[in-house]
Write a protein that binds this ligand. Structure first.
Ligand code: IPE
Length: 237
């Protein structure tokens, strides 16, 4: 029985779903599933992609609204069930964990890590996802898969956390992968004037630096390398 997951992996919603069309799986979903099935000894988190984001933004879920909470959860649960089903077909004992029933924001985010670790120790692969969660203050908010990764890595200290994204890593203005990032200033310095070449990476970099952990950011072609213990793409620390 292993006491610590080998890795904490977050797979971006844009890899798993077709962002251009609602509640649609991407053509590469099965390749990602297949790669994970060859090394399932970790904790997997997936994004919401075209399942969760449209509902969350239509209802301003991140601003404490109640409207859209059920719809968002229904949609991300549908994506999660499909991922779980496909992992089962590949022989992975994937166990769904829905953050809406396991976390609270007050305003710091609490997530039930004991159950997740215990599931892992019992031989399962916990599979979490970005979700709408309740706040102690008022209404619901969005808990992203990026924050879940940082929270779990902070708690479990696997030393091997990674974001598999639609880019090969954090890119500089020449679209080359940057090896290391160790501060927000460092990250901001990569941007060209008036242009956000690094796009959705900011949230990942901020989560990692704020929680004082280490994580890799890499593309789908490097997923296998990450799962076998390497640190491909950009290392944020
Ligand atoms: C967002 O999760 C969760 C909701 C919109 C409910 P993520 O931020 O982790 O999703 P992706 O990876 O961007 O799709």
């Amino acid at each position: 029985m292993k006491s610590k997951p080998d890795y904490i992996l977050k797979i971006g919603g844009s890899l798993l779903t077709d962002k251009a069309s609602r509640e649609t799986f991407s053509p590469q979903l099965d390749r990602v599933i297949e790669t994970i099935s060859r090394n399932p000894d970790g904790v997997v988190i997936h994004g919401a992609g075209s399942f969760g984001h449209p509902h969350a933004s239509e209802h301003n879920l991140h601003r404490g609204s109640r409207e859209g909470a059920l719809e968002t959860h229904r949609a991300v649960k549908k994506l999660n069930s499909e991922i779980i089903k496909r992992l089962h077909r590949k022989g992975v004992k994937a166990f769904p964990v829905h953050p809406s029933s396991a976390s609270l924001r007050r305003p710091e985010t609490e997530i039930m890590t004991r159950q997740i670790l215990k599931m892992y120790e019992e031989g399962f692969t916990p599979v979490l996802h970005g979700d709408g969660i309740v706040t102690e203050d008022e209404g619901f908010t969005v808990l992203s898969g990026d924050e879940i990764l940082a929270l779990l890595e902070k708690k479990f200290d696997t030393g091997h956390a990674g974001f598999c994204t639609s880019e090969k890593g954090v890119l500089n203005s020449d679209r080359e992968v940057v090896d290391k990032i160790n501060s927000m200033e460092n990250f901001e310095g990569l941007k060209m004037e008036g242009e956000d070449v690094t796009g959705g990476m900011e949230n990942k970099v901020r989560e990692v630096l704020e929680k004082n952990i280490q994580a890799s950011i890499f593309g789908q072609d490097d997923l296998e390398n990450f799962l076998s213990g390497e640190n491909p793409g950009t290392t944020v620390k």
